[in-house]
Design a protein around this ligand. Structure first.
Ligand code: TZP
Ligand code: MG
Length: 219
């Protein structure tokens, strides 16, 4: 039960493209996006929903869990209650959400907890508190999350990687044109919300990112 690097962290290091849902931006809808991404080989899905009722969220989350079952890790953003209700694989939380230690008590040792961090100090603390991975960002400026702040730049990824053992998932403003620098600077995985969910071919976009990440990780 020690904090820091665990079997969950080593599993997460192997994951390349990370899907985060956004029903507001999605062209084809969240369930369609999840199906397409998972069918294209995406191995981690975060259900991030800010506009629906709890009842709708529980229903949708249980559908997503079914789609991911045996194929992709399924996390819920912010809502520990929803994650518990559908027995998701874990949660992704932010600095102003439920504290990591409290989330851990509620979820137990076997669930994954990801924490959003903005810099090296927050990443070191995340590891101490028992998070299983960090979401680092925003790497670049983004319009998708209004309060995300300014992009920190992809060089910061290396700084964070050197300070912690946990997997680092890069997020924020990442698109096809800048994604290579994100992996080349050490990110274990990356998220690109708008570049994927706004597309009418989520399968193709997912595949593009997966191939790019694998190619650059090998290099
Ligand atoms: N957290 C930090 S930036 C961000 C979130 C949820 C939004 C990322 O969206 P996009 O479209 O990939 O820039
Ligand atoms: Mg949050």
């Amino acid at each position: 039960n020690q904090k820091g690097f665990s079997w969950k962290s080593s599993l997460l290091k192997e994951i390349d493209f990370y899907l985060v849902t956004d029903s507001g931006l999605s062209k084809k809808g969240t369930l369609s996006n999840v199906k397409d991404a998972v069918n294209s080989g995406c191995r981690i899905v975060q259900y991030r929903e800010k506009d629906k009722s709890t009842k709708e969220m529980v229903e949708e989350a249980s559908e997503i869990k079914r789609i991911c079952s045996g194929r992709a890790i399924f996390l819920v953003n912010d809502r520990i209650d929803v994650a518990l209700a559908v027995d998701a694989d874990g949660v992704h939380i932010g600095q102003d959400d439920m504290p990591v230690e409290t989330a851990r008590k509620l979820l137990g040792e076997d669930k994954i907890i990801g924490l959003s961090v903005n810099d090296r100090e927050e990443a070191i603390l995340a590891e101490k508190l028992g998070a299983d991975y960090v979401g680092l960002g925003p790497i670049f400026d983004t319009a998708t999350k209004k309060d995300a702040g300014e992009g920190i730049g992809s060089l910061k990824i290396r700084e964070v990687k050197d300070a912690i053992k946990l997997p680092v998932v890069a997020i924020g403003g990442i698109n096809k044109d800048n994604c290579e620098s994100v992996i080349q600077n050490g990110a274990d995985s990356l998220v690109s919300i708008s570049a994927v969910v706004c597309s009418d071919d989520v399968k193709r976009e997912t595949k593009y990112f997966i191939d790019m990440i694998r190619r650059n990780k090998k290099a």
